[in-house]
Design a protein. Sequence first.
Length: 398
Amino acid sequence: MSRFRLQPSPAQEAALAEHCGHARFVWNLAVEQHSHWKRGRKSAPGFAEQCRQLTEARAEFEWLRGGSIIVQQQALKDFHQAMANFFGKTHKRPTWRRRGQAEGFRIVAVKPGDVRRLSRHVGEVRVPKVGWVRFRRSRTVSAEAKSFRITRDRAGRWHVAFATIPEPIPAPATGKAVGVDRGVTVSAALSTGDLLNVPTLREREKARLLRLQRKLAKARRGSKRRERVKAAIARLKARESDRRTDWIEKTSTDLARDFDLIAVENLTIAGMTRSARGTLEAPGSSVRQKAGLNRGILAAGWGRLVTRLEHKAPGRVRKVDPRYTSQTCNACGHRAGESRESQALFLCVACGHRDNADVNAAKNIRDTAVGQTVAARGGAGFPEPVNREPQRDLLLVG
């Protein structure tokens, strides 16, 4: 997926916002129809039936008829694909869309002439009933793109994303393996000893965000002042999200270029970040602390980092069992919870080996993945580690 910043004129921005409203309206109607279904009732209407109902609605309502049938039908098609993903147990059930959140629409059957280059850094894309809309051409747009999605984030910025399969980064063929231990204090600790952290808001930005959140709490709902404060908060949040995305892209690219094997923990992030509130009958405990941990995990970009690694280095990412990786000494193999003296220090109670706790865990992750690769290939490829010295950082293929 190649994403670019759109640069619409004020008139085009209004037309794009209208497309977003139509797509949201059609999507929510489909959600409502399916929400009424229960066992024993007639099944909810399928895609063909809903398209027929959409035609009737367009004939009756002028404001809906003024929009693009392509945008509206594609919203229905996207909904049915989301339902298929839900029944296939790969995604959650589709929910309501709210104005200002997840705004966007998709255009399919894109022809080569629908995207053109104006200059080195400027391109144009043709949008139904809007015309040619400029975007910042920060890199080449693949000619294989058959669809694109236009979105608007909470900060009011427009983007266009072309659906293309990116070319994987070739392996360096040096025989190097690396383990990646993801954490909250240290976003990614590598078995090479590198400690990487996701850039966040600066101290002045954090202080401003806190002031804005206090203003928002005092502002009257529906007032223009509240809208201005919400927009300012959204801009700060977007800045933080952009920095996280940039870090994930650069880190995943560097790992894919430098190592033949990338080992990570097999973590169920959705389960780890589930709320601890519980129910009215059985309320949870330490809810505020758990909420803070959840925010830290999501801010560290654990899931997106692995997803991008799998995109850029397909077949070279190994997920290993995370159990006891932080309690096992990489030098002697002794396992004891007491060896992890603090968040940062690992001091083996058996051999006295001293290391950064996250780096020690990353080395164990790497060694486990290399051992699994050797077993799967019948001894070929990465050799099984024999020398378990504390200062060893990389495994070389013989």
